[in-house]
Design a protein around this ligand. Structure first.
Ligand SMILES: [Zn+2]
Length: 257
């Protein structure tokens, strides 16, 4: 049974989440096979990141994107929403303000990662309502994605309605076009436990990040100020608490291939 709570900030108030140490020490994590960036996105394939909100591109795949960029690979970021729904209604961080701030935070973060050649396409789909607008997202992807691309989508069981919808649409588009789809878990690390039955460990792959990449990713994440600071106007905690951020400062990233 799901309680309907409208914003990530409000949902997070009531859920302590799974601590990062529990993931790191779990045998399932140790057993995930390692892959290289070129195995995830083969030579000649463009990486198309489909990010539900501004920050998911860096939370989920900063390390992979840095490795691909270093190899001179083409990267397209499809920003599904502008992230205007992250704060509670009545917050001084209004939807209008967030829609300005959050895409700019992504630009700054990509700059820190030196991903200067990334093309960005903004789909302008309303935050928190991707499921309602799945046809618009589907049409956009069918128009722009090529068979040789590798789609990097949020995991379709990630536990955030927008992430789930993006994952579902990308899986469907992948089947239609015949392109490879990799799913990127983000909220899984907060909401789930390692032994949950629906985590597809058999398809999980681990991309190792070196120390410099981890540090650069940590710096890039600091660009998402709107998500990192408590909302003084409502008393809500930061969307990305230190406990949540810890999941994304591992020396590896996990992908479902
Ligand atoms: Zn998101």
């Amino acid at each position: 049974m799901a309680t309907v709570i409208s914003t990530p900030a409000e949902r997070l108030q009531n859920h302590p989440g799974t601590v990062e140490q529990h993931w790191r020490e779990h045998p399932r994590m140790a057993q995930v096979p390692e892959v290289g960036a070129a195995q995830l996105v083969p030579a000649g394939s463009r990486a198309v990141v489909v990010a539900p909100h501004p920050d998911d591109e860096v939370l989920g795949c900063a390390g992979l994107l840095m490795a691909l960029a270093q190899a001179g690979r083409d990267i397209l970021l499809i920003a599904v929403s502008d992230g205007e729904g992250s704060h509670a209604s009545g917050s001084a961080m209004s939807a209008g303000l967030l829609a300005q701030l959050r895409p700019a935070e992504t630009i700054a973060a990509l700059g820190v990662l030196e991903l200067v050649q990334v093309d960005i396409m903004r789909a302008n789909i309303p935050d928190s309502r991707v499921a309602e607008h799945r046809l618009k997202l589907q049409d956009l992807l069918l128009a722009y994605v090529q068979r040789s691309d590798t789609l990097l989508a949020s995991w379709h069981l990630d536990g955030h309605p927008d992430h789930d919808a993006v994952g579902e649409v990308c899986r469907d588009v992948g089947r239609r076009i015949g392109c490879h789809v990799i799913e990127v878990p983000v909220w899984l690390w907060h909401w789930r436990q390692p032994d949950d039955g629906d985590i597809p460990w058999h398809s999980a792959r681990k991309l190792a990040l070196d120390q410099e990449q981890v540090e650069r990713k940590a710096q890039a994440l600091q660009c998402y100020r709107s998500q990192l600071e408590p909302d003084l106007s409502t008393g809500n905690a930061a969307v990305l608490s230190n406990e949540v951020l810890a999941h994304f400062l591992r020396p590896y990233e996990i992908y479902f291939v």
